[in-house]
Design a protein. Structure first.
Length: 416
């Protein structure tokens, strides 16, 4: 008998924060028609109300998927973060519920690096305040505090995808690049790693932050660190709002310790475009304020839409978790005319044995099986010769330590 797929029209997908249309188109082309596409994020209460019957959710950096939201999302199968950062998601809460989380680790890297480089040049020339003054009718033709980028030192904190891309672009313009990272890394071109953050702060004319939000990066730049920077230096933050103590930065700008700053990310960001942006940096002409758009270019957003929707489709269709940020990575090639089952369980000894016992007792022969575990969760993809009856499925769900059982395709077309 021919294999039939799940009824994809029953799979409910919620896309928030204006995820690019390319994602919606991609999902529709793959047969997923039940998609709600909203332009903003939702607050916790609204999210909790909405997620109870959602199978897949797509978010960007604003939507907070915490333990309470996951507890309410009883049918949730997977999360797509249409961005790089995944700090807005409680990855452990997702993991222990058998929910893989995917992101787009590279698609907006270039966009961020280009913006930061442009800001560095504008700030070195004092353009933001000259521009603001001109808009008010002023005229400040002066070379005071105005510098070429050539031979200035750019200090990059966090030398990952964005930091290293910035390094290459900046060096091509004549910057001397140094970087600080917790991992030992080979610098691109002539860039040199320094031993610690203090050394980087003390040597750099421009400091740019490119670390993820982690306990170790929270408030890593405060009054003490700014005091260690050169007089008249520039600070750029396009990483996460919790990396810089924003009040300390505002004070340093007002006191003339720093000549300028560019900030794209804030400890508290408006939920949507109609909400007021509040910050102690407002009104400071030598600070470039941007609304978390480091990665918001049409090129990046379109690519991210395709990349992350592709990962959701592949997981939904085949159970493939490769590149998930929180889940054991499994990819089992499709076996023609077989039936695929996904079993997600706490990683304790003996679960696979129990699963295979149930299959054997129900006369089900295994055609292919792949188990991968991480510290907490085991994920096994199983292809079998014949469809699972409800009895076998129930027995699999009863196996001790089971988190989730999903049938991807079978002759009877059971639901996810
Ligand atoms: N403004 C925006 O629109 C965007 C912001 N981002 C932010 O930029 C961050 C960085 O992105 P990628 O470069 O792709 O990440 P990545 O993971 O490739 O690189 C991060 C680097 O930071 C280093 N690091 C971690 N903890 C550190 C610490 N305590 N001190 C020094 N270095 C540390 C890591 O070893 C790694 O080399 C993302 O996590 C995200 O939060 C990313 C994209 C767009
Ligand atoms: O585009 C967004 O909403 C977030 C971009 C970002 O910060 C990221 O990719 O981590």
């Amino acid at each position: 008998m021919a294999k039939t797929s799940l009824d994809k029209s029953k799979i409910k997908i919620l896309m928030l924060e204006g995820v690019h249309q390319s994602a919606v188109d991609n999902l529709r082309n793959a047969g997923y028609s039940n998609i709600e596409h909203l332009p903003t994020s939702l607050d916790e209460a609204a999210l909790i109300e909405k997620v109870s019957d959602v199978h897949f959710i797509g978010i960007r950096s604003r939507t907070q998927l915490n333990e309470r939201v996951f507890a309410a999302a009883e049918k949730l199968v997977a999360v797509g973060c249409f961005c790089i950062g995944t700090n807005q998601v409680d990855l452990n809460s997702a993991l222990i519920r058998g929910i893989p989380v995917f992101n787009a680790p590279y698609s907006n890297t270039r966009s961020v690096a280009e913006l930061v480089l442009a800001e560095a040049i504008m700030l070195l020339r004092g353009i933001p305040e000259k521009n603001a003054l001109a808009h008010r009718g002023g005229w400040q033709k002066s070379a005071k505090n105005s510098h070429e980028a050539r031979s200035k030192t750019l200090g990059i904190v966090g030398y990952g995808s964005i930091g290293s891309q910035l390094s290459v672009l900046a060096e091509s313009l004549g910057f001397d690049v140094i970087f600080y990272d917790v991992v030992a890394k080979l610098g691109m071109g002539n860039a040199r790693q320094v031993a610690n953050l203090d050394e980087l702060l003390g040597r750099s004319d421009v400091v740019s932050l490119h670390v993820p939000e982690l306990p170790s990066t929270k408030w890593m730049i405060g009054a003490e660190q700014i005091a260690r920077m050169k007089q008249g230096a520039i600070l750029i933050n396009a990483s996460r709002g919790t990396v810089v103590v924003i009040e300390a930065l505002a004070e340093a700008i007002q006191a003339g310790k720093l000549n300028g700053a560019a900030v794209d990310v804030f400890p508290v960001e408006p939920k949507g475009n109609n909400d007021e942006f509040q910050s102690p940096l407002r009104g400071l002409d030598n600070v470039i304020l941007t609304p978390h758009i480091g990665g918001s270019t049409l090129e990046a957003q379109e690519n991210i839409g395709i990349e992350v929707s592709e990962k959701l489709i592949t997981y939904s269709d085949n159970g493939t978790t490769v590149t998930s940020v929180n889940f054991p990575e499994v990819a089992l090639p499709a076996h023609p005319n077989k039936h695929r089952l996904l079993h997600i369980h706490h990683n304790v000894p003996g679960v696979l044995f129990e699963i295979n016992r149930v299959l054997s007792e129900n006369g089900i022969n295994i055609a292919g099986q792949y188990l991968q575990t991480n510290e907490k969760v085991g994920y096994v993809v199983i292809d079998v010769d014949k469809a699972y009856g409800p009895q076998a499925l129930d027995a699999l769900r009863q196996v001790d330590h089971t988190l989730k059982v999903r049938v991807l395709y079978s002759q009877t077309g059971q639901d996810a």
